[in-house]
Design a protein around this ligand. Sequence first.
Ligand code: NAD
Length: 382
Amino acid sequence: MRVAVLRERRGGETRVAATPETAKKLIGMGCTVAVETGAGLASGIPDAQFAEAGAEIAADAASALSGAGLVLKVRAPLAAGEGEVDELSLIPRGAVLIGTLAADRAAAGSYAALGIEACSMELLPRITRAQSMDVLSSQANLAGYRAVIESAAAFDRGFPMLMTAAGTISAANVFVMGAGVAGLQAIATARRLGGRVSATDVRPAAKEEIKSLGATFVGYEDEESKAAQTAGGYAKQLSAEFYAKQAEVVAAHIAKQDIVICTALVQGRKAPTLVTAAMVASMKPGSVIVDIAADAGGNVAVTVPGQAIVTENGVKVLGFHNWPGRIAGASSALYARNLLTFLTTFWDKEAKKPVLNPEDDIVKGVAVTRGGAVVHPSLAAA
Ligand code: NAD
């Protein structure tokens, strides 16, 4: 089977869906791998490394996709009118397409119409068996790390307490909002850098995790927050009254922080606004806020998605898009391994191709289309 790996063309996307390591493994499984020229460059992988691993370097998307039975992508392929190439129309009928497609009903409908077997990895169920293919976790982990590193670079003091002959510089107060995968990595990274770290979350399980990493828990808890976690492990949307109480606790704390790392998300909704303009105004000049929830609308009222701004009172707010893409070498490596694990889990050694059993919970989770129809419950027409 021919596997196509395309150069990502969507704005600001620096990652790639395969690496020389995963290409080599796919070749070992009996595939031929065609990598579009330049696909790995923004992740620090030149064509030559793919070629050395045994991949064919294709001159453009059309030649990579010609005859492909499997297409590996980070983001959804471009459709007609979305960019320089209509990638979608070049995907052969019957090919399996794997990526973080973030499809809406219209996109799912076009995959079905084109006979593409689309699997969207961000829909993967959060179950133990799926952990090693969980792209949300692998990418969030690196985003959390990168957020702290960029906050440290933007901060005009330092994280650790520095005792020098010329005097002492105090440690930075770092507050992490949202202690899921990204937030826990942010806590660990900020602690390693020597910051004085506190964190908040609404899920009761997160409180213990925050403490086990050596950070202080700051937050508001009541009967409502005791049930703040869905069966899938995500935070629920909570009442306006709860958010108001939470804001009171946070407001008093934030005024004393040097660095705030925002990672809070509520699945399927706009990210909750946790840091108001008044809270930002209460912070000291030179403080840094990193809003890695920016792609989901942001946790900070003043975030400008995609940009770094400095407020009137001298607070830097980094609201860049695509935080995993800011550490592309590592995020591509983990993303590519996630896809490889998914493929090996469903690999038919005789047929040398993936066989996606529609009854399997993981397949049920990620399958968007099958046999020309939209099959994902959240995307199928009512
Ligand atoms: P996420 O990205 O959806 O959200 C990030 C964090 O924001 C979460 O911890 C959430 O509770 C928090 N949050 C939401 N609203 C908030 C608010 N108002 N104030 C403060 N924090 C708020 O979550 P995630 O990082 O994807 O992780 C969600 C859960 O899934 C965790 O329990 C994690 O351990 C679990 N998980 C399980 C698996 C698996 O078993 N395969 C894989 C990954 C994650």
